[in-house]
Structure formats: C-alpha cells, structure tokens
Design a protein around this ligand. Structure first.
Ligand code: SAM
Length: 300
C-alpha cells in the first residue's frame, strides 16, 4: 500500500485531542499503516518513547519498514495482550490512540475474506495466527448461535431468515456465495448498502472477538495513561461506541475518586469536508479523555 492511498480518519481531531508535545510518549493500539502514528511522531520527535501495536502481520511488517532505524517499539499482538504486557512492565504514556476496526488493505485484499465486493474465502481474521475463521462460524456453529451473532453484532432485523438460508445452503465457501444467500433474504428494492453488510460486519466482529476485547482492554489503557495523559478512541459501530462512552463516563463521573476528565462531552464525528474524500469518516465516532493527576500536593 502506498502512503498516499491512506487517509487517517479524523486526523485533525485526533491531533487536537492528543495534543502531542515534543518529548512525549505515545501508544498507538491499532497502528495499522502508521497514518496517525507518523503525524504524532512528527510532533513529538521522540520515536524511542513510542509503542505501536497491531494484530495484523501485514500491518506490522509495513510499520517496521516505515519506522526502520527509529527505535520505535512495534508489537504484533492484540491490543489487550499488548496493553497488559506494557502495564506489567510499568509503562505509562502521555498519549494513547485506538482507531478501531479494519484497515483499507483488509477490505481491498480478496484473500482476507472481509470484502463483500471481492470474492474470497470466508476468513476475516485480523491475526492470521488465530484458528477461528468466518468459515467455521458460518458452517459449524449451531443455527441458534449463528442467529445470535447476526442479530447482536449486526443488529440485523432479518437475522432469522438470513440464518435459515445460510444453514440450508451449507457448506458456504466464499464471500460472494454468502453475500448472494443473504441478498435472497432481502428481496425487493435495495438500499445503497449491500444487503449483506450487517451480516459481514457481525461475522467479522465475532471472528475477532471485537466487543469483548474492547470491554476488557479499555480499563487497562486508562491505567497506562500517565497523569495528564490523553486518550482518544475512534469507533465505527454503535455497540463499540456504547462501551467506550460507558467506560469513560464511569471513570470520569462527578466523584472524588474520578480518574478521568472528558475532553469531548459529545461524540465527535467527521467534518462534511472529510466525509466527501474519506468515506470511512462517515461512521467514525471519536471520544477523548484526559487522566486527572490524582496525587495531591504533599502526598507521597
Ligand atoms: C483502522 S485501522 C488503523 C489505521 C491507523 N490508525 C492508520 O492511521 O494507519 C485499524 C487497525 O487496527 C488493527 N486492529 C483491530 N483490532 C485490533 C486488536 N484487537 N488488537 C490490535 N490491533 C487491532 C487492525 O489490524 C487494523 O490494522
């Protein structure tokens, strides 16, 4: 992937809330193709204090090349495992960013199986070392479990019918086969999005255990923030945003022991200008908070 093909989402807003200063440390939990990270590091001039995490092998290889010779710490792990490891090592960061979801190369590479548009195997693993694939879920899960996934993660009103059609068509081998089966459950006039969009999203979230990981990881990320440190989380799904909102609000709250201060009281979304050239910005939801320095004067 060429750098000029990738537009980091909500870049202006990310820089506004992270507010990078020279010499500060940075943890990017979903570094992807380094779009946000390179902009932050151009402002901190402190690559040695940066840790970049991604669970995708291709993204990690790209990051290693991009930041070659700069002593950036690049970690090939999921963001919960990476955060736990950094926490155990006693690390703290002035800025933490998580730009959730898939990257453009995931969607543009048919063999990864994320795309409705391109025909490929039913895979959808962000980390290809993992065993569970979309094929396993589509073909081997009980009808009830499959329906639950499509209903819960996809918020799909026709989950019943779609699941029945899928089960009747087993084995389903490719993304195009699956998309055609789901489309049969949506006869009549079509909206702009492909009728299988919600089903694909649900399967992707289940394969990569996205909501559970986010729920467990957020408190660890907040633990990793240095006093005065800023955290920015960008999500693309209402269920993800709900988890981010609830966790940040709980830790901010109007309490004597609040550990966070919300920097964005309302959700921040892409500007009309950005949405025109970066379609990913259409559903991006940003929330930001800062760690309160809880140590009072005179306290040891
Ligand atoms: C939207 S892209 C990030 C793009 C990045 N901000 C940039 O500017 O290039 C999301 C990245 O997060 C990674 N990712 C998603 N879930 C993850 C997880 N649980 N742990 C680690 N990486 C994850 C994906 O592999 C993908 O590369």
């Amino acid at each position: 992937m060429r750098k000029d093909q990738h537009f980091p989402v909500l870049l202006e807003e990310v820089l506004q809330y992270l507010n990078p200063q020279e010499g500060e440390s940075f943890l990017d939990l979903t570094a992807g193709y380094g779009g946000h990270a390179s902009e932050v590091l151009e402002r901190t001039f402190s690559p040695k204090k940066a840790s970049l995490v991604d669970r995708d092998q291709n993204a990690v290889a790209f990051l290693k090349e991009q930041f070659k010779g700069q002593a950036v710490n690049i970690i090939h792990k999921d963001y919960l495992a990476a955060a736990q490891e950094l926490n155990q090592a006693g690390k703290q960061f002035d800025m933490i960013l998580a730009d959730l979801g898939v990257s453009s190369p995931h969607l543009d590479n048919a063999s990864r199986g994320f795309s409705i548009r391109l025909d490929g195997p039913l895979d959808m693993r962000m980390d290809e070392r993992q065993k569970l694939t979309a094929y396993d879920i589509v073909n081997n899960y009980s009808e009830e479990s499959l329906r639950g996934i499509i209903r819960k993660y996809g918020e799909e009103p026709r989950a019943n019918k779609i699941t029945r059609f899928i089960v009747e068509s087993r084995p389903v081998r490719s993304t195009h086969e699956l998309a055609a089966i789901v489309a049969r459950a949506w006869p009549g006039p079509k909206s702009r999005a492909h009728p299988a969009t919600r089903t694909f999203q649900a399967l992707r979230m289940a394969v990569n255990d996205e909501l559970d990981l986010l729920e467990k990881a957020l408190p660890v990320w907040i633990d990793l923030l240095a006093p005065g440190g800023r955290i920015v989380v960008i999500s693309f799904h209402s269920l993800e945003d709900r988890i981010v909102k609830r966790t940040l609000n709980e830790m901010a709250g109007n309490r004597y022991d609040a550990s966070l201060m919300l920097l964005s009281k309302q959700i921040v979304t892409g500007s009309a200008k950005e949405i025109v050239f970066n379609p990913r910005a259409r559903s991006a939801k940003l929330r930001a908070a800062a760690k309160i320095n809880t140590q009072k004067k005179g306290e040891v």
